[in-house]
Structure formats: C-alpha cells, structure tokens
Design a protein around this ligand. Structure first.
Ligand code: FES
Length: 110
C-alpha cells in the first residue's frame, strides 16, 4: 500500500500499485496541473519531495530527460524534484505541490 500526502493542501491519498501520483489523485477526484495530459512532456506536474524519497520508483530516462530540459539548470535536475505523472510509490510519500484541487474547483490547468 502506498500513501501520498500533498502539501500545502494536506490532501491524503491511497495509491494503487503502479499508479502514478497524478493518476492516483485524478482517480480520487482531484485535478493535478498538466498540459501534456501525463505523458512526461510539459513538466507542469512536477513535485518537490518532502518525505519518503526512498519509497519512489527509479527515475526513468523519459522523466530525467524532461526534468533536465524543462526544469533543469544547465542540464542538471533539481534535487528532490520528480514528475507526478511518471513517478510511482511503494510506501509513504509526502510532496509539496500547489494546484492540486478537487476537480470541481479546478479549471486553470485542466
Ligand atoms: S503532466 Fe506533463 S510532464 Fe507530467
């Protein structure tokens, strides 16, 4: 069982095995900032990991490439930053991500 807390909103979610942070939030009725729809291109879904980095999946080449181009400085990936549409969890994880809202309150990004 993986659990996700999204700060600063304090949203608590249970994630299914193999489910990305973005997919889990959407399944539970929350919107998550995205332009590309979760295919690893826009980097708008990025999160800052506050706790539980050891419980996250390894960074794929696609995620690393997107982060280094889309959010990187001189090609370096910011420490603790992951893409919510690419990363999965296998334990407790706490992230900081603004813009995660109940879907009925969304409308800016999706
Ligand atoms: S939603 Fe676009 S890169 Fe994750």
């Amino acid at each position: 069982m993986a659990t996700l807390r999204v700060n600063p909103a304090g949203i608590e979610l249970d994630l299914l095995e193999g489910e990305t942070l973005l997919d889990g939030a959407e399944r539970m009725g929350y919107s998550w900032p995205t332009i590309c729809g979760g295919v690893g291109m826009c980097t708008l879904c990025w999160v800052e990991v506050e706790e539980g980095a050891e419980n996250l999946s390894e960074m794929s080449p696609l995620e690393a490439n997107a982060l280094s181009i889309g959010r990187g400085r001189d090609g370096e990936i910011e420490p603790g930053v992951r893409l919510g549409c690419q990363v999965t969890a296998h334990g407790r994880v706490v992230v900081h991500k603004r813009g995660v809202n109940e879907a009925s309150r969304a409308g800016v990004y999706r």
